[in-house]
Design a protein around this ligand. Structure first.
Ligand code: IVH
Length: 703
């Protein structure tokens, strides 16, 4: 093999680029193993980064040559004894839920509004399998990689295990499959297989699983694929991710066509499926499947409705983390009766006191439940829930079990109403309810250990900093031992010296290997994307979606800190800019301002900034779009597109969509009936376009 390692990327032809990518994949995997598994790197971090950057630059120049085992799909190597991480290049999203006919009607109406259609388009209905979603990549028809969903952005590499599943083809059959195809679907276990497995496990003293889903999960995440091979797992294909050609060319123009393609390539698909044309037909399908449910060989937790046309699916796109074009219609929750032994109070990271019901263990829908949420003190009073009561509990899907009602006819005679504490059970501070709030909060703030621990748990959690090996138990332990009091302490844990395990020496449960693994996991997170970091701060009202909005809008932590400190003055421009972010309302704005006004929070941020690198938010590259990076406001009635579709389209071209006009606005797109926004835009000298001019500018002529 010739050596192209010194050839500038612009001088490589496709064959040379393919060879260079193969070489880099091998070299980077080698250094990953040295670094992560042996802890004995041979090259400097700088040289290693240069290899990765070269690999990424070649992939950008030759996107068709990206390898299934590309290093850019991997976030880190497999920690010794774990699974390697795999980045999903098309995010694996979840589905929104409908619980009744009204929700389904609203789903159809929303689609109609978005697309500007009078009648709902054809919708495919399928059973919703209760298993684990999985993404399987094929190159040239060969299975090359399989990954779990993980957090939707990054999953785990379970290729060896998925290869053992009988109805996942290792080589695609039939013809017409694209060069690169990512099939998505559900790995599940049939009910009869699950029972037989549990009997075998019990006989051999192995783990007995609570339900088929847990059994499937446990079997799929075996480090030894020969164990997975003995487990009776199955797979249904129902969606796809990356494909090397336009979707319609590979799969046809509808989901019904796509299902036939999957079958011809060797996959099983969910049956019975039905194409429906109205709300009535969808509800009839739902009733039919619900009546079949007990006789199906596998567990289902509802049905899924998906717009059938691939063209419409592409137009509808996604909102937040779920598609607009699909929804899950869940079956009603399952219920059971048990005794509420005691009510305990949990203190959350913002000081909220949440009552928890400690129950006599009972099986609900195949899962043993011993705790349920009681929401808040009003809820307890409204239902008059008391310690010692017989209660009806229910769980729906993965939702936390709830107490539905009390069997007052079975109430013990000495029973007394529950008195909600007015002091924090953890630190003894007063717990107060502000006007209009249902939640009682501990006023202990910084002195309340429960709040501090909860904030740390949130900081390291999967969707936040995602530090492997620092689970709830470990965080609590480190906090109690005084090793981690604030987030920055996490990055000082290794004591600055990788060989010295001083802080953990002689701590129960910590060996050399586990400590080293933990330090490696912490090191791996010294670089973090801005949106994750903002979410990790655990500011009230700032979930992942708002964190992403803020990251996108401010671009860097410095810019955001400066702007939000200035925003303390509600008359300031910084405050109106914040409120102009589409999706940010007064409660969110006030919570942000309060967070940045607090000296302690600024100290925590400064301390962290010295320990870690926060990557500025990178907007998806759309340099060739004339509106990339521009701020757009829509007002008045739009004709060609609904307001939502116009917004989604602008965002997909890299524009920021704001809710109000300010000096920062680049374009106001004004339809008929535009009012004060148009006047304000004229005053500020903002460019005002009508809808046709806007569509022309972004290269979309009205249909
Ligand atoms: S379609 C964009 N179809 O349910 C997501 N999902 O609660 C497209 N699921 O993450 C998913 N059966 O793991 C689809 N027939 C089916 C399904 C199904 C089960 C799972 C899937 C998804 C979860 C959402």
């Amino acid at each position: 093999m010739q050596d192209f390692s010194q050839v500038p990327i612009e001088d490589l032809d496709a064959d040379q680029a393919a060879e260079e990518l193969a070489r880099l994949a091998g070299v980077i995997a080698h250094h990953d193993a040295l670094y992560y598994q042996n802890d004995a790197p041979e090259i400097s971090d700088g040289d290693y980064d240069a290899l990765r950057r070269r690999n990424e630059a070649i992939e950008q120049a030759f996107p068709d040559l990206v390898r299934a085992d590309s290093p850019s799909h991997r976030v880190g190597a497999a920690p010794a004894g774990g699974f390697a991480k795999v980045a999903h290049r098309v995010p694996m999203l979840s589905l929104g839920n409908a619980f009744d006919g009204d929700d389904v009607a609203e789903f159809l109406a929303r689609i109609g509004r978005f697309l500007g259609l009078e009648t709902a388009p054809a919708v495919l209905a399928e059973p919703k399998i209760d298993g684990l979603s999985c993404a399987i990549h094929y190159h040239g028809g060969e299975l090359v990689q399989a990954a779990t969903r993980g957090d939707g952005a990054v999953g785990e590499d379970i290729t060896a295990n998925v290869r053992t599943i009988a109805d996942v083809p290792n080589r695609l059959t039939g013809e017409g499959w694209p060069e690169h195809l990512e099939v998505r679907g559900e790995v599940y276990m049939r009910r009869a297989d699950f029972q037989a497995l549990n009997e075998r496990q019990e006989a051999s003293g192995g783990k007995v699983f609570a339900n088929p889903r847990n059994a499937a999960a446990g079997s799929l995440r075996q480090l030894d694929p020969s164990i997975t091979a003995q487990r009776p797992l199955h797979f249904f294909g129902y969606a796809w991710g990356e494909i090397s050609v336009p979707q319609q060319d590979a799969l046809g123009s509808t989901l019904m066509d796509a299902r036939q393609c999957l079958v011809s390539w060797g996959f099983s698909i969910n049956e019975p499926a039905r194409l429906c044309h109205s709300l009535d037909e969808l509800m009839a399908y739902y009733d039919h499947i619900q009546s079949e449910r007990p006789d199906l060989p596998f567990d289902i937790d509802g049905v899924v409705y998906k717009v059938d046309s691939i063209e419409l699916i592409e137009r509808l796109g996604f909102v937040s983390r779920a598609p607009r074009w699909a929804i899950a219609h869940k079956f009603p929750a399952e219920q059971a009766e048990t005794i509420l032994e005691a009510i305990t109070i949990q203190v959350g990271r913002t000081g909220s006191l949440t009552p928890v019901a400690n129950l006599q263990p009972v099986t609900v829908g195949g899962v043993v439940v011993s705790r349920a949420t009681l929401h808040n003190e009003d809820e307890i009073a409204r239902k008059d829930i008391r310690e010692g009561d017989h209660v009806v509990i229910q769980r729906a899907g993965d939702v936390i079990p709830q107490v539905v009602s009390v069997r007052t006819d079975l109430r013990p005679e000495n029973s007394v109403p529950y008195a909600f504490p007015d002091r924090c059970p953890e630190c003894g501070s007063h717990a107060v309810r502000e006007d209009g709030e249902v939640v009682r909060r501990c006023t202990g703030g910084l002195i309340c250990p429960a709040q501090a621990v909860e904030r740390l748990k949130h900081f390291v959690s999967r969707n936040a900093m995602d530090i492997d090996g620092l689970g709830d138990k470990q965080v609590k332990f480190f906090f109690e031992e005084g090793l981690i009091k604030k987030p920055g302490d996490i990055f000082r844990l290794a004591g600055g010296d990788k060989d010295s395990l001083t802080p953990l020496r002689n701590r129960p449960g910590w060996g050399k290997l586990s400590a080293e693994n933990l330090f490696a996991a912490i090191e791996a997170r010294r670089q973090v994307p801005l949106d994750r970091f903002i979410y990790a701060l655990g500011i009230r009202h700032i979930g992942r979606e708002n964190a992403r909005l803020l990251a996108k809008n401010y671009g860097s932590l410095e810019a955001m800190t400066a702007a939000l400190s200035r925003a303390a003055d509600p008359e300031s421009e910084a405050y109106s800019d914040l409120m102009a972010i589409d999706g940010i309302g007064p409660a969110v704005a006030d919570s942000l301002v309060a967070f940045f006004a607090e000296a302690h929070n600024r100290e925590v941020l400064a301390d962290l900034s010295a320990q870690i690198q926060i990557e500025p938010f990178e907007a998806p590259a759309q340099e060739d779009s004339p509106v990339a990076g521009k701020t757009v406001v829509f007002t008045g009635k739009l004709e060609a597109l609904s307001r939502d579709e116009a917004k989604a389209q602008a965002e997909s071209l890299g524009a920021k969509v704001a809710g109000s006009v300010s000096k920062k606005t680049d374009f106001l797109v004004a339809g008929p009936g535009a009012g004060s926004k148009a006047t304000k835009a004229a005053d500020l000298g903002v460019t005002v376009l009508d809808e046709a001019a806007w569509l022309e500018m972004i290269g979309k002529t009205p249909t």
